[in-house]
Design a protein around this ligand. Structure first.
Ligand SMILES: [Zn+2]
Length: 383
């Protein structure tokens, strides 16, 4: 079953040989892009979808999200907006609610958020554990996450749970031992909240232990790094060859040099700075140094509860001096790089047919019209 998608006023491919096309069409066959070109030259297909003069972009790749949780932290958000500082401590309330929730409750929330993302143009999402913090609860979170995405991340080292507050070493041993053993079969990635600036998170030595154990268990690495302070996270991520260092809000020159000289993507999460009234990361400094930059939501119930990549893209343009083209690339191809995926984030021949339609003649409207729900995943109705 092949589908011709036509009536595309502007097609952003992120394929260097194709670029951005006007009056374009695209053929999808068996879930992959089979042909791209001018609408006037389009071949026949089994079915035809006319998007009516709208823009088509690669579906967003949200490479950083925490979607397996229960509970509600609107009151904490309100307190923060009244001047209480964010330090990661509120995660404990989500942990308590998540442990108490049934599988079905967690699954319903998770699937609801994934559907909410898809309705806003996100076609690939990474999902982390990190609100269970026991062997069984972390493994459960990853089993559920694996039902909705192959991009599953073990984040047992999200925070030190309250029952281990006086025994941090024992918790790190648990994460690196039985918890990792139970979780690795359901995870592609291992992650750690490396943040010496938070009493709840992990310092450089603890983070190194977690990441090294994760790699030994066959997982690839990503790191929550340099969110609250210029700590060791970014350089550790680069040293260990992590796919991504996420947040990168507080960077030294040595951090930027390390990222520029390595293969680790810098994933910026400006929804967090927006939602915690914090200074934004310096995207221009990274881009000018030649660092690969991704944008993601960090959708989570505490520090940033948005599922909208378009909103994060608009923040990147308005608050971080990225151009609309740079921001779109980072929200799609950049996310793919952060997940080491070569089949998403672009719309060249052979790519997954993950298309998003913008209800406007150009992708520029995503930043030009912030907050307006313009973009959705295109449902091809194959088969
Ligand atoms: Zn996060």
């Amino acid at each position: 079953m092949s589908t011709l998608v036509t009536g595309i006023a502007e097609l952003v491919t992120h394929d260097p040989s194709l670029g951005t096309l006007s009056d374009a069409a695209l053929v999808v066959d068996d879930g992959r892009v089979a042909w791209v070109g001018s609408a006037s030259a389009a071949p026949a297909a089994d079915e035809r979808i006319d998007v009516g003069g709208r823009a088509v972009i690669p579906g967003f790749v949200d490479s950083h999200a925490h979607l397996v949780f229960a509970g509600d932290r609107a009151a904490e958000f309100e307190a923060r907006m009244s001047g209480v500082a964010y330090d990661g401590g509120g995660i404990a309330s989500t942990v308590a609610a998540t442990r108490a929730a049934s599988d079905d409750d967690l699954r319903a929330r998770l699937r609801g958020l994934v559907a909410e993302m898809r309705a806003q143009g996100t076609t690939t999402v990474e999902v982390k554990s990190g609100y269970g913090l026991t062997v069984d609860d972390e493994a459960r979170a990853l089993r559920l996450a694996a039902e909705v995405t192959p991009e599953t991340t073990f984040l047992g080292a999200h925070v030190v749970p309250a029952e281990y507050a006086e025994r941090r070493d024992a918790y790190v041993d648990l994460v690196c031992g039985p918890m990792l053993t139970a979780c690795a079969p359901h995870a592609r990635w291992a992650d750690v909240f490396c943040e010496p600036g938070s009493a709840h998170a992990f310092d450089g030595d603890e983070a190194r232990a977690v990441l090294t154990a994760g790699r030994a268990a066959g997982l690839d690495l990503r790191v929550h790094a340099n969110q609250l302070t210029a700590g060791p996270g970014v350089r550790l991520a680069v040293e260990l060859g992590a796919a991504s260092a996420d947040h990168c809000t507080h960077l030294t020159d040595a951090d930027v040099d390390a990222l520029a000289g390595g293969t680790t993507v810098a994933t910026l999460l400006p929804g967090v700075e927006f939602s915690t009234r914090s200074p934004y990361p310096d995207a221009r400094r990274l881009l000018d140094a030649g660092v690969t930059v991704a944008l993601a939501t960090d959708c989570n119930p505490g520090s940033c509860f948005t599922s909208s990549m378009a909103f994060c893209l608009a923040l990147a343009v308005h608050e971080m001096a990225m151009t609309p083209a740079e921001a779109l690339w980072s929200a799609t191809a950049g996310g793919a790089a952060a997940l080491r995926r070569t089949d998403v984030g672009y719309l060249g021949v052979g790519a997954r047919a993950d298309l998003a339609v913008v209800d406007a003649p150009s992708y520029r409207h995503l930043a030009y019209r912030p907050g307006v729900p313009l973009v959705r995943a295109l449902e091809l109705g194959l088969g």
